[in-house]
Design a protein around this ligand. Structure first.
Ligand code: SAM
Length: 263
């Protein structure tokens, strides 16, 4: 306990009890839930969660933290720690191994790879019931942003096409050791049920959203030049002179569904 936090692993250990309690109560694990924590660190969230869930799994990259956490958890419940980079963990496989359809994912994420972790979870969203994450507040703002907002962008569209995003509360730097330079926030992310998910080609959606926001000051006909022409944009009921930041996630789906003509 009280290991020297490693910057290279994005370690900012949460120590303020009231935020820990708010996170555990937001998750409220029920009997039979399989909770998976990303980056348990010294166990600030793990031990209180384990006390309610009785059995859980944690994924930690830093070997040095594992023996102590494993020893302290033994008195509280059954904790399995997977020593791995979370980006290499197949959540669908993990859900099968734990005998459930869907996992409940939680974590005070290492901020240096928070976006890749979010996209990794979205890729496995059919195996996930919900996620509760501590992130930089600025990232949570981008995830939940609406069209027209200054921070609305690729992350907002890709997340909102797959999930419901619910910002919960802000956490100040002083709640962590060492304090990060920025405010943090806790967010709940719930994958959309199959019936509410879009049926466009995910690759095509990805390519169009990426191109549109790569040059967000340009009009769509310029920004999307490499992926579709003005006629195709218009056929999706979207104004080619509009900018990406004004389009809703549903507009992007319609753009992705315009048939691609052979070159
Ligand atoms: N959950 C603890 C807390 O709230 O005090 C620690 C949170 S700290 C911000 C992030 C944790 O993620 C650290 O324990 C770090 O070692 C771990 N970590 C960093 N990169 C990781 C990765 N790629 N896969 C899994 N865990 C990682």
């Amino acid at each position: 306990m009280n290991a020297r936090p490693k910057k290279s692993f994005g370690q900012h250990f949460l120590h303020e009890k009231r935020y820990i309690e708010r996170i555990v109560s937001a998750i409220s694990p029920k009997d039979g839930d399989v909770v998976v924590e990303i980056g348990p660190g010294e166990g600030a969230l793990t031990l209180p969660l384990l006390a309610v869930a009785h059995k859980m799994t944690a994924i930690e990259l830093d070997t040095d933290l594992i023996p102590d956490l494993q020893a302290r958890a033994a008195a509280v419940g059954e904790l399995e720690i997977i020593h791995s980079d979370v980006l290499k963990v197949d959540f669908s496989e993990l859900a099968r191994a734990r005998g459930v359809e869907r996992l409940r994912i939680a974590g005070n994420l290492p901020y240096y790879i928070s976006s890749p972790i979010l996209f990794h979870c979205v890729d496995h969203s059919s195996a996930i019931q919900d996620m509760h994450f501590m992130l930089q507040k600025e990232v949570v703002d981008r995830m939940a942003a609406e069209p027209g907002s200054k921070v609305y962008g690729r992350l907002s569209v890709m997340l909102q096409l797959a999930c419901r995003v619910e910002p919960l509360f802000t956490v100040p730097p002083g709640a962590f050791r060492p304090p990060p330079k920025v405010d943090s926030a806790v967010v709940r992310v719930i994958p959309l049920p199959a019936a509410e998910r879009h049926d466009a080609d995910p690759r095509r959606v990805h390519d169009i959203v990426k191109a549109a926001f790569a040059q967000r000051r340009k009009t769509l006909n310029n920004a999307l030049r490499q992926v579709m022409d003005s006629e195709a944009i218009r056929s999706a009921d979207v104004d080619p002179k509009a900018r990406a930041e004004t389009l809703s996630p549903a507009d992007f789906v319609r753009l992705a569904k315009v048939p691609v003509l052979p070159a």
